[in-house]
Design a protein around this ligand. Structure first.
Ligand code: GLC
Length: 423
């Protein structure tokens, strides 16, 4: 983390991700608090310096406009098509999981009497609420209590097979797509990265967002990708709850949060559990059906404490069976699906921040043994392979590997491992 610290914020890793990423910074802040609470605070302050007038908190903050090794860079996003997007720092036009509420509560629980922290939390509280307001207003036009995403990059699980069918709806006309040059495949091996066909579709959706200034109703009307994602909504609910707890502690107004929370919890329970698969499953609003896959987002409701005890038991059994079958838990995608790929981005490998959330969720429901496995699996992978972005999930393959996958010296990997070792 110190290596990736850039005077006020932390990049996920050099070269591959040279700017500040939204939910990465949340986890990094938790890690930093173990040795530099002032940096933990600055990290979140820098992130919120990019907040839009409508409340949106962008997924990338381009603090430096001279860094040209990343695509899509600030010029391609052109987020100032929206008059409420700050001119400085520049940012992307989409968001990421709303971790900030629970991050603040995590910091407060660690340092309840630190005056600087308490002052900071009180000052940033309305900004975080404003961000949630954006999600429940612009991303929930039917007022269901569940937000939608229109770009897989918003979900944090960029290349998961759960987006495949939605992306297949997009017909690419090369003449209409602006010319672009990917940078990721010249830095990381292409068999660990999304395919060219997928990338064209990511750019298509970016263009669609831009056409509607990233917040207009045209997105809801037109986007071929329109999903009420399990993880995005579970994390939002977790953070709602943290903000309610914080608000009560400091006597701040929590009325609006409580209204959102009541409706969100009810809708989540009613709409996103898939009885046949025995997991939570995201809902494809465009197609009008669940996205029928077992994948790691379906486990995050454990962390949000919104699974019933029976549902939690099913999820725990699922994790135990994967463990017995020789997988590091938890693989990001269904190991029995033909779409499982233990090496490729979000299609099978293990991701550190997911283990962190699932560990806490399992503990909450009393599945202490499984929680310990989730924690120790991550620690074993990092000890064997280094602080990588993500990891092989099949134990039999790990013996022949010397590294993890994606970027090395990865910030949230360090942050999550450090925090897990200290809890
Ligand atoms: C990838 C991940 C995303 C993360 C970003 C930076 O895009 O899918 O979740 O925020 O990298 O680490």
């Amino acid at each position: 983390m110190t290596l990736n610290w850039k005077d006020g914020f932390t990049i996920p890793t050099s070269r591959l991700y040279p700017f500040q990423w939204n939910w990465d910074s949340g986890f990094v802040s938790i890690g930093q608090s173990h040795f530099r609470l002032d940096h933990a605070i600055l990290e979140l302050e820098s992130l919120f310096s990019s907040q839009w007038e409508n409340g949106m908190l962008p997924h990338i903050v381009f603090h430096s406009e001279n860094e040209t090794t990343y695509f899509p860079n600030h010029d391609f996003w052109d987020s100032n098509v929206n008059p409420g997007a700050p001119l400085n720092p520049k940012s992307s036009g989409i968001t990421q999981p709303a971790v900030h509420g629970f991050v603040l509560e995590n910091l407060l629980n660690k340092f309840p009497n630190d005056e600087q922290l308490v002052g900071f939390v009180k000052a940033i509280f309305p900004k975080v609420v404003h961000y949630h307001r954006f999600l429940y207003t612009y991303r929930d036009p039917e007022r269901e209590g569940l937000m939608f995403i229109f770009h897989p990059w918003e979900s944090g699980r960029d290349n998961s097979p759960i987006w495949d069918d939605s992306l297949d709806r997009i017909v690419i006309n090369k003449d209409e797509l602006p010319h672009y040059e990917r940078r990721d495949t010249s830095i990381a091996p292409s068999d660990e990265r999304p395919t060219a066909e997928q990338y064209d579709r990511y750019v298509y959706l970016l263009q669609l967002g831009k056409k509607y200034q990233y917040d207009q109703p045209g997105i809801y009307k037109e986007s071929p990708v329109l999903v009420q994602d399990t993880m995005m909504n579970a994390i939002l609910i977790k953070s709602n709850q943290s903000l309610i707890n914080i608000g009560k502690r400091f006597k701040l107004d929590t009325g609006e949060l409580e209204e959102w929370q009541q409706q969100a919890k009810r809708s989540f329970a009613e709409k996103l559990w898939h009885e046949g698969l025995q997991t939570f499953a995201s809902y494809d609003l465009r197609g009008g059906h669940h996205i029928e896959h077992k994948e790691i987002g379906g486990l995050v409701p454990l962390y949000a404490e919104i699974a019933s005890s029976k549902q939690a038991e099913s999820l725990n059994n699922y994790l135990q069976s994967l463990h017995k079958r020789g997988f590091y838990i938890c693989p990001s995608f269904d190991v029995d699906s033909p779409l499982f790929d233990s090496k490729r981005y979000w299609r099978g490998p293990v991701w550190p921040q997911m283990n962190w959330m699932i560990y806490h969720g399992l503990n909450y429901y009393g599945f202490k043994d499984t929680a310990e496995i989730v924690k120790n699996d991550l620690i074993e992978l990092v000890s064997k392979l280094g602080f990588y972005e993500y990891f092989e999930s099949q134990k039999s393959l790990v013996n022949d590997l010397e590294t993890g996958y994606g970027g090395n010296h990865f910030s949230w990997t360090a942050a999550c491992v450090m925090d897990l070792l200290k809890t």
